[in-house]
Design a protein around this ligand. Sequence first.
Ligand code: SAH
Length: 421
Amino acid sequence: MALPAHDIADVSLAAEGKKRIEWADRNMPVLAQIRERLEKEKPFVGVRFSACMHVTTETANLMRALKAGGAELSLCASNPLSTQDDVVASLVHDFGISVFAKKGIDRDGYYRHINACLDIAPHQVFDDGCDLVNTLHTTRTELLPNVTAGCEETTTGVIRLSQMAKDGALKFPMIAVNDTDTKHMFDNRYGTGQSTMDAIFRATNQLIAGKVFVVAGFGYCGKGVADRARGLGADVVITEVDPTKALDALMQGFRVMPMKEAAKIGDIFITVTGNRTILSKEHFELMKDGAIMANAGHFNIEIDVEWLEANAKKSSRIRHATDEYQLANGNRILLIAEGRLVNLGAAEGSPAAVLDMSFANQALAAEWLLKEAAKLAPGVYEVPRAIDKEIASLKLKSMGAKIDTLTPLQEDYLNSWEHGS
Ligand code: SAH
């Protein structure tokens, strides 16, 4: 069998990748059910998709579902460190999907892959962080007339898209998959929470119990990380700029303080804000010898790595994925995964059981767009509520849980305004 177009590290890793893709599939029952239906109905015949996502076992199963539905597909990485080379090999070799991704690729290679992925001239796109959509709107504008719509996976991407829409720059409708309840309440919270701890373990093998664990940002990802750290016995400190979120953290029993204070007492720092320069020179210089830092927020701009690179007296890789920087004051501070998304750079990202829902949303939103895209003006849209609820129901069922339904009396009560006390 001729292989589809690709640029990958090593095709001989395919057998290992296939086993891991199948393992993830076992934990993705909702997506598997959707794949079976798509395989019968073939709604995507004649449709070309370009996807820019983390190339992991879970994404592989989303690609399988789209292909089963008849789509022609190409995939590239949304982050240079999260690519799993065995999965890439299997997608190309065993599943006949065109992939352009190599773990650890440099910035030029990263954009070369996005461009190669776009060469398919997509009708619909899938993005995670908005780099592919951005490339389409800046350097590949000749492809824009073909594109009918797309789906965005993550918080940061939705923020960038909303900004593009506000400036009138966005040329097609994009669905904010991140904003469904079945995505952000589970993937962002339990997925990022657990996999961030997993990454710290793999990279540093640190004991969490008894440590001062600082979490910058109390959004869904930050809440997840803070809960898991508390569960492991850490003394958790939250830093925030939003008074409501800070109050929420305080009433959940976390300590709340400005980063300048937290910097002095923290043993481990995790940034999850979606903003930039959260930990910088002014904080590094206050930190204790041996403090560990990592970022679980979108891009590698939350921790000022450039400053560390330029100003540290010494730096060295002391463990897998962990670099140590010695500052002028003599203290050594550590950085995991080069300040990139740690849960995907030093571990495997969210587990399959939560991505089951995220990617069920992706598949169903893409199918919905086949009929609806032509009616939508350029802009950012929500996944229809009915799809979100359906995914929650299917997931509950797959977990063996049953719930009540409203009685006619209850439904009537909820739908009327006449009942008083
Ligand atoms: N492209 C940016 C975007 C943030 S990634 C970057 O890499 O820096 C965060 C997103 O990754 C989340 O929305 C989550 O849904 C997704 N994700 C987490 N674990 C994943 C996995 N194992 N496979 C694929 N996507 C994953």
